[in-house]
Write a protein that binds this ligand. Structure first.
Ligand code: ZN
Length: 135
């Protein structure tokens, strides 16, 4: 598998609006707009940082995965996303190595990226996302 870079860090927050001023006004990052991914019950907001991005995640529902994460572990870094060249090949390689996956096949995430999550049990406790984007 070829990992190209850290694509983004996903940070769980209870409110994007409440947290946005820190990333924009204090750190001077630009805000690329928010987008809701209804099937994952999440609204995401991206702030580019050089070659990578910060992704704030706000749950749209109390039973969404981000709300559950905050309930258990509080706000903070929720996942690290690696950009891969070919997500199908990467998932196949991980399956062959016996790595437990949350997503057996890629799904569509924010910005039209193709994404898949690895199970934290297989990664030492970190939620790892693989992501493939065009361009
Ligand atoms: Zn992500």
């Amino acid at each position: 598998m070829k990992i190209l870079k850290i694509d983004h860090l996903g940070i769980a927050v209870s409110s994007i609006d409440a947290n946005k001023p820190f990333w924009t006004d204090v750190l001077g990052l630009s805000f690329e707009g928010a987008q809701t991914v209804a099937e994952q019950k999440v609204t995401t907001a991206f702030f580019p940082v050089g070659e990578s991005e910060i992704e704030l995640l706000e749950s749209t529902s109390p039973d969404g995965p981000v709300a559950k994460y905050i309930e258990k572990r509080g706000e903070g870094i929720q996942h690290v996303a690696f950009r891969v060249e070919n997500i199908e090949a990467a998932l196949q390689e991980l399956k062959d190595k016996g790595i437990q996956l949350i997503d057996q096949t890629p799904r569509i995430g924010a910005g039209g990226a193709r994404i898949a999550f690895l199970h934290p049990k297989a990664t030492g406790g970190i939620l790892v996302e693989l992501c493939e984007r065009n361009g």
